[in-house]
Design a protein around this ligand. Structure first.
Ligand code: ARG
Length: 566
């Protein structure tokens, strides 16, 4: 079965050829939001009329006359300046839903050609807390990985940890002079952050600053004690990060931090110098992309040290060698836009041809619309935020299901609470700064994960009341308007999933699922299922089942689970 949009595109291409025009690979077609304009609409007549200097409505007429779509529904209509509106017929929808239900992939086609894609995401820094800024990267990156894999791409997820850098001078100084061992056992990341901050404050005294620098130099020269301390900071931070990843069900194929590339930087710099792409500037070696910025991209600092830029370039070359990828996607906040533009510019200059994308995102705001912070003024740590989500979700679950065992209730609270946090992120366009509001994101009404999960639970509850098992009918005949509307919404799944990768927009899928759930609720109110006579009962059960599968699969691609009750 082909998704409706692809089918219409193919038919449009044929029609354009028939009337002597040269069609684009994918003529524009989209599902409409207003049923007055049919179910799908295209503006090709207007686009082609402009190119061929013809009257758009007249051209629309010729296209419609040449279109062969009688198997899909009634004849298309021309509207306004030359839109062509398509309506899907009940027979076509019935075949499409039945085929979709027979398909494990629910009609979503496998991408062709399959690509190898590296997704660099999450990438928190060692001895710094993972904060809500990292939540966006982690959730967004994970979804892009899930969707790409589902579409058949080869995906490598890589957590590019900030585990090497000048902060370690202060961290090691702090470790040797300020460490509270009990606190380290209790809250390792918080204690590392504390000693870093205190060392940083103490470094206002030039003597302390010198000692921090010495510790850094010793680390870089391989001093065994400092290396051991560094290693311990890394492993303790990683333990805490891993807990977060486990809660979020996020997995990495690679976790190669910045330190992994350290040994390559000198040789890389020499090679860049040989290529003649670097210039000297105040003792530093830099790459200039003047068209992008007046700030240089600093490969080697004036003190001889290497930083973020050099490491990222080395990382890029390592990845090319190791995976021969077709694309690398960097899921990193919008403030790093210039860094990536410069990195990509230098890579191009060095002959890198693959697709490089900075998948940027905005900030999360508190309800005061300022950057989200705790009362003490620190950014909120991710594990506390997730625990709070689970706790808040637990209360209504306990209230509605007092007889469920505690472990089962905790599991549902995790699915609902973590799902709500993820969905709040994914239902927004990634570049939007969104306001984080517990009440809003946990609400059972509105565009939230709990709302979708609840719709799923409703659809499943019907099957628990069903005596025996349900056999999906071979053919479906829709009779009620609400059935048709639900069928129309269901078949859009096959187009919604691939659309995510077009501009990296999981919100397309989230909003699709939301609209689908709204249509399901109308169906549920208007169409009795179990009390309906056959064959209507089987048709309605088939719709409920397909709705449940689409919702579960769709939320699954967003990394969100569904409970069977809540
Ligand atoms: N560790 C960095 C930060 O927290 C993000 C790294 C992103 N990935 C990269 N290849 N630069 O800001």
């Amino acid at each position: 079965m082909a998704p409706v949009v692809s089918t219409l595109q193919e038919r449009l291409r044929d029609a354009l050829v028939r009337i002597g025009l040269e069609p684009d690979e994918r003529p524009q077609v989209s599902a409409t939001t207003d049923p007055r304009f049919g179910d799908y609409q295209t503006n090709v007549a207007m686009t082609y009329a402009k190119r061929a200097k013809q009257n758009p409505r007249a051209l629309a007429g010729r296209i419609v006359a040449a279109l062969q779509v009688s198997d899909l529904g009634p004849a298309p209509e021309i509207a306004g300046p030359g839109f062509i509106n398509f309506r899907l017929g009940a027979d076509f929808l019935a075949r499409q839903v039945a085929e979709m239900a027979r398909d494990e992939r629910l009609g979503v086609p496998v991408a062709s050609p399959a690509k190898t894609i590296i997704i660099d995401f999450s990438s928190p820094n060692i001895a710094k807390p993972m904060h809500v800024g990292h939540i966006r990267s982690t959730i967004l990156g994970d979804t892009l990985a899930r969707v790409s894999r589902f579409l058949g791409h080869q995906v490598v997820t890589d957590n590019h940890l900030g585990d090497w850098g000048t902060q370690f001078g202060k961290v090691i100084y702090g470790w040797k002079n300020l460490l509270d061992h009990d606190a380290l056992e209790q809250h390792p990341v918080a204690e590392l952050v504390r000693i870093y901050r205190e060392a940083d404050a103490a470094a206002a005294d030039p003597r302390v600053l010198d000692r921090c620098r010495e510790e850094l130099v010793k680390l870089q020269q391989g001093d065994p004690e400092n290396l051991r301390i560094w290693q311990e900071c890394v492993s303790r931070s990683m333990q805490e990060f891993s807990r977060v990843y486990q809660l979020l069900d996020v997995h990495f194929d690679e976790q190669l931090g910045e330190s992994f590339y350290h040994a390559r930087l000198a040789a890389l710099t020499a090679a860049l110098q040989k290529e003649g792409v670097l210039e000297e500037s105040d003792g530093a070696l830099v790459y200039w992309a003047h068209s992008l910025s007046d700030d240089p991209f600093i490969i080697r600092k004036s003190d001889g040290g290497f930083g973020y830029a050099a490491t990222d370039l080395a990382t890029l070359f390592y990845r090319l060698e190791r995976w021969q990828p077709d694309a690398i996607w960097y899921v990193v906040g919008a403030p790093q836009q210039l860094h990536f533009k410069q990195l990509f510019s230098l890579a191009r200059r060095l002959g890198v041809k693959i697709d490089l994308e900075h998948v940027a995102f905005g900030s999360i705001l508190g309800e005061d619309r300022k950057l989200m912070r705790t009362r003490s003024g620190d950014s909120v740590s991710l594990d506390e935020l997730l625990e709070e989500a689970i706790e808040r979700a637990a209360a209504p679950v306990a209230e509605k299901n007092p007889d469920l065992p505690a472990a089962e209730r905790r599991r549902i609270a995790e699915i609902v609470g973590l799902g709500a946090v993820k969905y709040a992120e994914l239902s927004q366009h990634r570049l939007t700064d969104y306001v984080f509001s517990w009440d809003k994101l946990l609400s059972l009404h509105g565009n939230t994960a709990p709302y979708l999960q609840n719709a799923y639970v409703r659809s499943r509850a019907i099957f628990r009341k069903l005596p025996g098992t349900f056999a999906f009918p071979d053919t479906l005949a829709f009779t009620a308007e609400a059935e048709l509307k639900l069928a129309k919404a269901l078949v859009q799944f096959a187009d919604a999933v691939p659309a995510i990768l077009d501009g990296f927009r999981p919100n397309v899928l989230a909003n699709y699922l939301y609209e689908l759930a709204a249509v399901f609720h109308v169906f549920y109110e208007e169409c009795p299922v179990l009390s309906a006579p056959e064959p209507q009962r089987a048709v309605r059960l088939a719709l409920c089942e397909t709705f449940g599968r689409v919702t579960r699969a769709g939320l699954g691609l967003l990394g969100i689970g569904v409970p069977e009750r809540m």
